[in-house]
Design a binder for this molecule. Structure first.
Ligand SMILES: *[C@@H]1O[C@H](CO)[C@@H](O)[C@H](O)[C@H]1NC(C)=O
Ligand SMILES: *[C@@H]1O[C@H](CO)[C@@H](O)[C@H](O)[C@H]1NC(C)=O
Ligand SMILES: *[C@@H]1O[C@H](CO)[C@@H](O)[C@H](O)[C@H]1NC(C)=O
Ligand SMILES: *[C@@H]1O[C@H](CO)[C@@H](O)[C@H](O)[C@H]1NC(C)=O
Ligand SMILES: *[C@@H]1O[C@H](CO)[C@@H](O)[C@H](O)[C@H]1NC(C)=O
Ligand SMILES: *[C@@H]1O[C@H](CO)[C@@H](O)[C@H](O)[C@H]1NC(C)=O
Ligand SMILES: *[C@@H]1O[C@H](CO)[C@@H](O)[C@H](O)[C@H]1NC(C)=O
Ligand SMILES: *[C@@H]1O[C@H](CO)[C@@H](O)[C@H](O)[C@H]1NC(C)=O
Ligand SMILES: *[C@@H]1O[C@H](CO)[C@@H](O)[C@H](O)[C@H]1NC(C)=O
Length: 487
């Protein structure tokens, strides 16, 4: 399956998402779940009580398609396809929870279906395009007919909206499309969220795995309040596993425990022999990923400190354990969720292998209930709001409102009719022969880094504002009615 291409256990099988009605309750505050390409009035309450709505109020542009009515989850049976030539097409996500500094899980789901409404550019049928969140490049989508692609990121809002954009990877690349887009608030107490704040990063390629027997289905909302998708991995020989009843897992009440996954994650733990090892390949080489390991001591035989002690080694570095010896019983006692986290480096070939090795004195093998892996990426600040405000005024005066998202960022994905140099520096407006109509707004004077303005052939009406504030302006092409003016 294409959705998680790089996770390789010896026998890695990622089961399909199984959907069945077991929960019915109101969804958490701040959830936003968009069915892309749906009619504006469309809504859908799913089996978990998540309320889906049409994406039409959150994006402009694109064409909508119904996919064949196959067995896919209902919100994923339509798509919005962006066949135009703009450098990017952006969703503006906002609700009561989106405010400066708040953290969110974002999830895209992309599925071309059996007969996509366009022709893939590559002969092998793989379509490639970009995902962008605010001023950060998020990921490169690569998906073929009959495949699916999904991706989660943890982000922090830089204001009262988050923009999620789709873009061709090159000007003549595949047209991007999307089936669903989800926004989930993350509690500020999550250690992953605190790490994002303290290191000024966002986390991309977020993955959550449940070490459980094959028959255990995906864990998500509820019980996971952040709607993380804990995917089950079919392990080598499918086990062995420790098992416990859900009601025996201790409930956590301390605020710092909220990062801990739902109790259901701890019902099964993969049991070592006595080691546990697994690995990823094709990762970014020599990169420090961030990982969280989840445990609960659910074997009644392990009832004392020192009975089960193991080390977590990354890429065979036996001398440098990930976090020091892990003794879950000593840390929190029996049947209690526990988490350790740290940075894990891939090697020069892009492999990240993990070994859980019992210490010499340990009476019991190593074990593991779940893991999370994150790719920390520096948070890029958006273009400053005074620049954005001037560009917004220009857009509305010249009927250019179809251009969405940050005007300059990420680099290479700004509006194609503007040039930006360094941060907060718009150097050119390039609208020759654009036939936009409209007037030049006074706000253009705030773009005081402008060197060139090309507005000839844009059918402007009205007077040209006093541009003496634009001290660096070298070239001005306009033809307001009949006058052309070159400075
Ligand atoms: C996009 O640009 C190509 C040439 O690069 C052109 O053939 C095509 O018509 C354009 N499409 C739209 C929707 O403007
Ligand atoms: C996004 O939507 C919010 C609420 O509708 C609005 O206040 C904000 O101006 C929009 N942002 C952009 C960049 O369009
Ligand atoms: C996609 O799946 C359908 C139905 O299983 C099949 O008929 C079709 O040949 C597949 N297309 C490709 C390109 O694999
Ligand atoms: C398909 O072709 C593209 C280039 O055209 C290449 O980058 C990609 O790896 C190929 N994918 C597969 C699955 O062969
Ligand atoms: C789970 O609970 C059932 C019923 O209370 C009990 O029969 C069973 O032994 C329990 N299983 C475990 C692993 O504790
Ligand atoms: C934890 O809470 C759940 C639901 O509130 C309850 O069913 C379960 O018995 C509790 N577990 C323990 C060990 O108290
Ligand atoms: C503690 O576990 C050992 C086996 O590891 C067992 O022999 C002993 O009976 C257990 N003690 C209690 C109080 O459960
Ligand atoms: C704008 O940027 C493009 C691409 O970098 C460059 O080719 C062009 O010369 C720039 N034009 C101006 C007027 O800055
Ligand atoms: C903007 O475009 C609309 C139609 O797309 C047109 O009715 C309107 O006159 C245009 N406004 C300006 C200022 O040119």
């Amino acid at each position: 399956m294409a959705s998680i291409p790089y996770f390789l256990f010896l026998k890695a099988i990622i089961p399909h998402l199984v959907i069945f009605a077991i929960y019915a309750r109101l969804q958490e505050e701040g959830f936003l779940s968009l069915g892309c390409g749906r009619a504006p009035e469309w809504t859908y309450p799913d089996a978990w009580g998540i309320q889906w709505v049409s994406d039409s109020g959150y994006v402009s542009g694109g064409t909508t398609y119904n996919l064949p009515n196959d067995d896919a989850y209902l919100p994923r049976r339509t798509m919005r396809l962006f066949q135009g030539n703009q450098s990017k097409y952006c969703y503006n996500l906002s609700n009561n929870a989106v405010r400066l500094g708040a953290a969110f899980l974002l999830r895209v789901y992309i599925r071309p279906g059996q007969t996509p409404p366009y022709t893939p550019k590559s002969a092998n049928g793989t379509m490639v395009f970009k995902l962008i969140v605010d001023a950060n490049e998020w990921s490169t989508v690569s998906v073929a007919v009959n495949e699916t692609y999904d991706n989660e990121a943890y982000v922090r809002s830089q204001g009262d909206f988050i923009s999620v954009c789709l873009a061709r990877s090159t000007p003549d690349g595949d047209a991007p499309f999307i089936n669903t887009l989800e926004l989930r608030p993350l509690p500020a107490s999550f250690s992953s969220v605190q790490r994002m704040s303290s290191t000024n990063t966002i986390l991309t390629e977020v993955q959550h795995y449940n070490m459980a027997p094959l028959e255990v289905s995906l864990i998500s909302y509820p019980p996971d309040i952040a709607d993380r998708y804990w995917r089950n991995i079919a392990l080598d020989d499918n086990g062995p596993f420790y098992k416990i009843n859900l009601s025996d897992i201790r409930n956590l009440t301390r605020p710092e425990d909220i990062d801990i996954a739902p109790s259901t994650l701890f019902q099964d733990s993969w049991k070592g022999s006595p080691y546990l090892s697994f690995y990823w390949t094709q990762l970014v080489p020599s990169f420090t990923f961030s990982m969280q390991f989840y445990f609960a001591e659910i074997d009644p035989q392990v009832n004392s400190t020192g009975a089960r002690v193991f080390n977590i080694f990354i890429n065979g570095l036996q001398e440098t354990s990930f976090v020091g010896p892990v003794d879950v019983f000593a840390a929190v006692g029996a049947n209690t969720p526990y988490m350790v986290s740290g940075g894990a480096d891939s090697d020069q070939s892009g492999t990240l292998s993990v070994n859980l090795t019992p210490s010499v004195q340990s009476l019991f093998p190593s074990f593991l209930a779940g893991i999370e892996k994150f790719t920390p990426t520096r948070l890029e600040p958006l273009t400053s709001s005074h620049i954005v405000a001037a560009v917004e005024a220009l857009k509305s005066a010249l009927n250019l409102t179809s251009y969405t998202g940050d005007p300059c960022l990420p680099e290479g994905y700004g509006y194609e009719w503007m040039n930006c140099s360094s941060r907060d520096s718009v150097t050119a407006i390039l609208l020759s022969n654009s036939r936009t109509g409209g007037i030049i707004p006074d706000e253009i004077r705030s773009l005081d880094t402008l060197l060139e303005i090309h507005l000839d052939g844009s059918d402007l009406q009205g007077p040209i504002p006093d541009l003496s504030a634009l001290e660096r302006l070298e070239i001005l092409y306009v033809d307001s009615t009949s006058d052309s003016y070159v400075r």
